[in-house]
Design a protein around this ligand. Structure first.
Ligand code: 8YV
Length: 312
């Protein structure tokens, strides 16, 4: 008999198909009455399949008495109440590593896009403005100072790519990373003051909430560029808007926002800002690999084998 699971939100389509094949699936986001669906399947559901976006809180976990495992289609588990899961001895898995390349690729793309004003150049051509003028010069990327906030799995891959652009790389992390060849700044504000680009790639959650505050942005300065590919919660969005409006910060490239998919409207009109709809991992190749890993964790659990990528 196939195990019965609750799928909270729509995963990548091919992965959803594979889930349907391997499990009896209850799709919460499709239910007109979510509460009724939960009540109907609660006694049978042994796993939750979720992504980093919907909240898997204590009330959802506690509504499922037979729950054994939560598998997350993504690396960030800040939306899952890990303490509630732990209390019931429920396993939680995520999908790390397989997205490192794509998130790092997009990060370098965003650095170039914002510094070289790639999106603005595209708008310049499409609107016919090139016919009557030339775009003003932009800013060089190669050889500049890159500050990385979070020298974890993805931070390291970003650094590798940036090294090919002859960038001077420094970082701030919870602690110095053993054997890292890059300059370590104990204080984030000092890293910001010594960076042309500041890339944010730390996990979300309480510990990193609004880590990038007004002081950090002012230290980065009027020529500095902030790139956030982590979580919207890590940046104080109001302070960001204010610093950009005042010219205290030179520009920003943002793949994530505090209240996704809502983006502060003030950012829409700023030419020195590049906006993306949280697509760091959103390539066919990476989403397929993430789906495989998320499903393999479920299959390992139900086969009584060790989990591939356990969080707790
Ligand atoms: C999402 C992400 O997983 O992995 C994360 O933490 O934020 C993304 O890669 C992805 O958008 C699918 O929900």
């Amino acid at each position: 008999m196939k195990p019965e699971i609750l799928v909270v939100d729509p995963w990548h389509p091919a992965t959803l198909e594979a889930l349907d094949h391997q499990f009896v699936t209850n799709k919460l986001w499709l239910a007109a009455d979510g509460g009724a669906l939960l009540a109907a399947c609660a006694e049978r559901v042994r796993a939750i399949a979720t992504s980093p976006f919907p909240r898997v809180d204590a009330s959802l976990i506690d509504a499922l008495p037979k729950l054994e495992i939560i598998s997350c289609f993504g690396v960030g588990v800040d939306a899952i109440d890990l303490a509630a899961a732990k209390r019931r001895n429920i396993a939680v898995t995520n999908a790390p590593n397989v997205m490192n390349d794509c998130v790092a690729d997009l990060t370098l793309g965003l650095i170039i896009a914002v510094a070289r004003r790639v999106c603005e150049g595209d708008r310049f051509v499409r609107s016919g403005r090139w016919l009557t003028g030339t775009m003003s010069p932009t800013r060089k990327v190669s050889g500049k100072r890159l500050g990385i906030v979070g020298m974890g799995r993805i931070g390291k891959v970003i650094a590798r790519r940036a090294a090919a652009f002859d960038m001077a790389i420094a970082y701030h992390s919870r602690g110095r990373v053993a054997e890292s060849p890059f300059t370590y700044f104990e204080r984030l504000v000092d890293l910001a003051a010594n960076s042309d680009f500041l890339v944010v790639i730390v996990p979300g959650g309480k510990e990193t909430r609004r880590l990038i505050n007004e002081e950090v942005m002012r230290a980065l300065g009027p020529d500095g560029i902030l790139v956030n590919v982590a979580r919207g919660s890590v940046v104080d969005e109001q302070a960001l808007v204010k610093c950009l409006q005042e010219g205290a910060l030179g520009g920003a490239a943002l793949d994530v926002f505090e209240n996704e998919p809502k983006v502060p409207e003030a950012l829409y009109a700023m030419e020195n800002v590049v906006l993306q709809p949280h697509v760091g991992s959103a390539t066919h190749e990476t989403r397929t690999a993430m789906g495989r890993l998320a499903i393999d964790n479920l299959l390992a659990h139900f086969a009584g084998k060790p989990l591939l990528t356990p969080v707790i």
